[in-house]
Design a protein around this ligand. Sequence first.
Ligand code: FAD
Length: 339
Amino acid sequence: MKRIGGRKGLGKKAEILIVGSGLAGMSAGRVLSASGYQVTVFDKGFRCGGRYATRRIDGFSFDHGTPYFKPSQIPEDLKDILEKPYIRSWPYDLSEKGEDALVSMPAMRSFPEELGRGLDVRQGVEIEKLRFSDDVFIAETADISSGPYDAVLLTAPGPQTADLIEGLLPFGEDLLQAARKVTYAPQFSVLIGYDFLRDAPAIIHNPTPKIAKIVNQAKKPDRPKKSAFVVFCAPEWSLENLDRPKDEVAQIILKDLQNILFEHGVAGDGLDNPVYLAAHSWRYCRLETSAGLTPLAQIDPRSALAVAGDWIMLPDTHGALSSGIHAARQIEIKLSNRS
Ligand SMILES: Cc1cc2nc3c(=O)[nH]c(=O)nc-3n(C[C@H](O)[C@H](O)[C@H](O)COP(=O)(O)OP(=O)(O)OC[C@H]3O[C@@H](n4cnc5c(N)ncnc54)[C@H](O)[C@@H]3O)c2cc1C
């Protein structure tokens, strides 16, 4: 087994491993790196960002995870990002607070990518097991062993984080219990692209019982100017159809999209013939049951093992970002008490 990494000592030079390059992992990494820690991020996905996901294919750019977010979802510690060129206001979906939506540029996954700029981020690396002894952690993948690390932050969805903590018992016992009670609802996103550009509404909410939302990619700033839609299926319908082949799901939703666009005054010819059509199934989409952990409870009292993610307390952009920041602060306190 190959070994990578090496211990640099405690205090400001301590080495910290973050599992997951979604918003929680990247917000934590940003805080820890700014404080001088050596941060390594491993993520099993091909691309950075977790559920801030974008599929770029055949000249299309589909944001098939979070489609947009709101200024009020950015925690105080990160408010400076609202001025960055990779965040742009998108004047649709005004909420009851009268806020414009925000999108990131040139794709939704650019937000976590930019948050993690400068960090050592390695995609396509799945952590299968963690070990802890003599106050340090070793992380194992199928073919490498990495470490030692002075602290570890786990940000995968609760059920996946629980599997990793299990190997560390008796350390992390309370975190394991909290992560085990977390449940998510699955959801389909269907990606539909045409080789023409036709005007259509930016967002259509709840058009049928099958569909929660349709987002028109071409209406987002700086996206390819071809008609492209991400259809976010309703959670109930997604659950009922979870075992259906994805091709069938895509065909069913395509038919609905044609009718809905037609009802919204979009010319119907060619809508039955997209050049790109695919369904993506999110196993962990929206949180149903949270762990309900306070910031102080995000760290193991007996080791520098911490957890973050949208399952900690709040099921969205704000919850992921703020839990990452809280976990980073707890790790800093733990390591500074040690040095
Ligand atoms: C379709 C959809 C629509 C959404 N819409 C909205 C919305 O409108 N507004 C909103 O605020 N939120 C929305 N959300 C929720 C939002 O995307 C999430 O709350 C947020 O992105 C979660 O970030 P996270 O860092 O906690 O987790 P994630 O983004 O899931 O990141 C966890 C990462 O851990 C990695 N990982 C898991 N296990 C391992 C392992 N063993 N080794 C290495 N890496 C691992 C995964 O690959 C993943 O990248 C939506 C989500 C989806 C899927």
